[in-house]
Design a binder for this molecule. Structure first.
Ligand SMILES: C[S@@+](CC[C@H](N)C(=O)[O-])C[C@H]1O[C@@H](n2cnc3c(N)ncnc32)[C@H](O)[C@@H]1O
Length: 186
């Protein structure tokens, strides 16, 4: 099954978890990743990869000695990704995004360079939304980045309540058009 059809099928099965009717475009992926310094980054975290459209770009760009932790809660997306991706730098984790700390060694708890999130934050219950974004914040090093796309500006105030800096850009080259929030830790 094509990744677009599979995505739509999972959306109808699990609307609240999937939160989109089709995978994002490569263009949105490029925009999400544009402000990450892949030449330096050694610790990367991705939340909600779905079929892995952003994961593939991250793998192409990341250093040979970098690590990428990928959190996917949906059974079928997780299984498909786990079967497809066979890269020693990447760990695909079948768990919810608020549990990042559980998968980082003690000495790497606050050293991550960037968290890249596609989670449908605004359909989450408020406690889960806060737990996930705070877990992202906590694992970052100082000046580390949390990059999140959303289909509206509704997340602005919420992200500003956690991150010291939030910058927003917009693209129509995605369906639906999307806002990219680039948040930075102090
Ligand atoms: C909007 S889709 C984005 C998929 C893909 N990154 C893209 O842009 O095409 C959101 C993804 O987040 C996953 N997800 C939802 N809640 C999650 C959670 N609590 N932890 C980890 N992944 C979650 C969904 O299963 C889905 O794959």
């Amino acid at each position: 099954m094509s990744s677009k059809r599979n995505f739509l099928k999972q959306f109808f099965k699990d609307r609240k978890m999937v939160g989109a009717v089709s995978p994002s475009t490569r263009f949105l992926g490029e925009k999400m990743l544009a402000n990450i310094d892949f030449d330096k980054a050694k610790g990367l975290v991705e939340l909600g990869p779905g079929t892995g459209i952003f994961t593939d770009i991250i793998m192409q760009r990341m250093r040979k000695d970098a690590k990428l932790l990928v959190f996917e809660l949906h059974d079928e997306f997780y299984e498909a990704l786990n079967a497809r991706i066979n890269d020693p730098r990447v760990q695909i984790i079948h768990d919810s995004a608020e549990n990042i700390a559980k998968y980082l060694p003690k000495e790497e708890q606050t050293t991550q360079d960037a968290v890249i999130s596609s989670l449908p934050l605004m359909v989450f219950p408020p406690e889960l939304r806060k737990a996930v974004v705070s877990a992202g914040y906590d694992c970052l090093k100082p000046k580390g980045k949390y990059v999140q796309f959303q289909y509206s500006l509704q997340s602005k105030k919420f992200l500003e309540s956690i991150y010291e800096s939030v910058k927003i850009t917009f693209t129509i080259k995605n369906f639906p058009p999307a806002f990219v929030y680039t948040c930075q830790k102090k």
